[in-house]
Design a protein around this ligand. Structure first.
Ligand code: ADP
Ligand code: MG
Length: 608
């Protein structure tokens, strides 16, 4: 049996049992569905997007209060009276909740998601608390007493007043959301979302607008929470602030983390475990301890410690690994029509690609780059060499938009790039690799390389969720596979990137840069960690790229590699250019010899 078949079987079996389950079980499973809907948003946000939120309960509240107000307040009744059929008002409430949540989440996200480290989670606690108290203190929302008398949902005259009728809707919404999120993650946009976790620099260099993607994921998670709140309100038929306090916000995070915050099904597993456990503990603990209180919180805390100790990624991956022994992998998707990717026409050989004009970078008192001037032309390999700490990586950051020069200017294909983010550099045709490899280690080589082609696709989130991106996706993956094969890693395309040797991971980064079809390629120590034959293969690849018209700027310590490959060499020392010329010229330059060998007469190639 395949995994997909098992999932389908479980859903069908569950649906068949549903009418015969005891009332209590039906209610518990309805709650599990509601919690899982919030937790699955947290998986997207926290486990996959790398942004921790303790404040999701506030968005659940927003969804619940929006519909409660619309359905019960005299003011809303006055406005809607006679115009909208009563059965439709709750659905209007859903719309109101989604719009409100969209606006609030976008505003909160735009302000708080810029924070990094611990500040973001702290901030989510702050607004989680603020919104909670706000709801409890607004008279028109019933204050602490809440708002009773919400109508039940109806679909085509069919009342969903009982959990047995509402539960299937809850689970249908959950499964639909999971399907859409699964599709999203399995797309070009999903790769960009996963890249967020590894930090701003790499994703931006691939052309991803990280600030925008972060806000979008945040809004998505908030909307899922709001839908859960809407369903909750019409299940309870009553809304008050208590179920939306910060404790519950923390519990949602528990669910995601215990289940497996990197996996959509982890959210369902976590919600199920925590909900069932909470039911049991609320019964057992007070009896055991002879006093009433929220003792389950303590057990949750210990459980969290245990799970994180033993199952760092949550329980789902372990479960999936064990079940993989009995399950066949899902069949590969059928071949799709491949659409054509946007192609860049490379500038003719000799044309100026990149121009650094007296680029200076100061870190406090340290001058890491001192008025560095350098050019890169199409169809040449230009090497940048210099001792450790000479400022080579800093210079790479200056000319790729990762960091702004303190003084001076960088021009890319004739356009001044001062102050522009690195995704604009990528858009104009700059591809790069990093000295310290920046790959998504647990994703396949293929996915990592496909991320490099991000800018060449256009299908957005909604269409990806609906699987309307297949032709483009097939083209992106085909392009990624082509680049991987070209770089000699065809045998590893489907292996996790982290399973490759470090030297090979550098080559994966080259393939990733090539997938973006760059005109200029910046390589920071590409040959480090490669064996002799691999270095030869790399040199061959770079020569071939040069012949195709790319301009390649390479930082490299292996002098033999550099001297055999480069057309021109620029030598940096203490942030300043001390020599520039052909390999033959540079090798005999007395200042270079001095810098490298402290005055020795030996030619550099031999020293390497
Ligand atoms: P290279 O790549 O040539 O080995 P780097 O560009 O990494 O050299 O570093 C050049 C100098 O700038 C070093 O002295 C380094 O310590 C310093 N430096 C680099 N990045 C920073 C930073 N973000 N803050 C302060 N100093 C830095
Ligand atoms: Mg460096």
């Amino acid at each position: 049996m395949t995994r997909r078949a098992l999932t389908l079987l479980c859903v069908v079996a569950f649906a068949l049992c549903w009418p015969f389950l005891p009332e209590f079980t039906v209610t518990v499973f309805s709650y599990i569905g509601l919690y899982a809907l919030v937790a699955v948003g947290l998986v997207m946000l926290t486990g996959i997007g790398g942004m921790t939120s303790f404040g999701q309960a506030a968005f659940v509240a927003l969804g619940a209060y929006a519909t409660a107000w619309l359905c019960t307040s005299p003011m809303a009744a006055g406005a809607l009276g006679g115009v909208v059929a009563p059965a439709l008002v709750p659905w209007l409430g859903l719309l109101l909740g989604l719009v409100l949540t969209y606006v609030v989440a976008w505003a909160l996200g735009a302000i708080t998601l810029k924070l990094s480290g611990h500040y973001l989670p702290l901030c989510t606690i702050a607004w989680g608390l603020s919104l909670y108290y706000l709801f409890g203190n607004l008279d028109f929302l019933g204050g602490q007493t809440g708002m009773p008398g919400l109508p039940a949902l109806t679909i085509g005259g069919w009342s969903l007043a009982q959990p047995r009728a509402l539960g299937p809707l809850i689970w249908a919404v959950l499964l639909l959301a999971m399907w859409a999120l699964h599709n999203l993650l399995d797309s070009r946009e999903g790769r960009a979302i996963r890249a967020l976790k590894s930090g701003r620099v790499m994703a931006e260099s691939m052309g991803v607008d990280t600030a925008r993607y972060r806000v979008k994921v945040f809004v998505l998670a908030a909307l899922l929470a709001a839908v859960s709140g809407w369903l909750y309100a019409h299940m309870q038929r009553f809304v008050n602030p208590t179920p939306f306090n910060i404790n519950i916000g923390i519990e949602y995070l528990f669910m995601a983390v215990v289940g497996g915050s990197g996996y959509l099904w982890g959210a369902v597993l976590g919600a199920t475990l925590i909900t069932l456990l909470k039911e049991q503990l609320q019964d057992i603990l007070p009896k055991l301890l002879g006093a009433s209180g929220n003792f389950e919180v303590i057990v949750f805390g210990l459980l969290m410690l245990f799970v994180l100790q033993r199952f760092a990624e949550g329980l789902w991956p372990t479960l999936a690994r064990v079940s993989a022994r009995f399950l066949k992998p899902d069949p590969l998707p059928k071949g799709h029509a491949v659409s054509a990717l946007a192609a860049r026409s490379l500038p003719p050989a000799g044309e100026l690609l990149l121009e650094a004009d007296r680029v200076t970078k100061r870190f406090g008192g340290l001058v890491a780059n001192d008025a560095v001037a350098m050019t890169l032309k199409a169809g040449e390999v230009h090497a940048l060499i210099g001792p450790n700490g000479a400022g080579k990586s800093t210079f790479f950051n200056m000319i790729s938009g990762v960091d702004d020069p303190s003084e001076g200017e960088v021009r890319l294909l004739g356009e001044a790039m001062t102050g522009k983010p690195s995704r604009d550099f990528a858009a104009r045709g700059l591809g790069r690799t990093f000295q310290h490899v920046r790959l998504l280690g647990n994703r396949s080589v293929l996915e990592n390389v496909a991320l490099g082609a991000h800018r060449r696709g256009h299908v957005g989130w909604i269409r990806s969720m609906l699987r309307l991106d297949r032709a483009e996706e097939a083209a992106l993956l085909a392009e990624a596979r082509r680049q991987i094969e070209r770089c000699g890693l065809g045998a590893h395309a489907d292996a996790p990137a982290a399973s490759l040797a470090l030297g090979q991971q550098r080559v994966v980064e080259i393939a990733r840069a090539l997938a973006g079809q760059p005109a200029a390629l910046l390589l920071d120590e590409p040959a480090a960690g490669l064996r002799h034959l691999e270095k030869q293969a790399l040199a061959e690849l770079l020569s071939q790229l040069r012949a195709e018209g790319l301009g390649i700027l390479v930082v490299e310590h292996d002098m033999e590699f550099v001297m055999n490959l480069a057309d021109r060499i620029t030598v940096l020392e203490f942030g300043a250019v001390i020599a520039e010329g052909t390999p033959a010229e540079v090798q005999v330059d007395p200042r270079v010899l001095d810098a490298y060998l402290g005055g020795s007469e030996e030619p550099m190639a031999e020293a390497a």
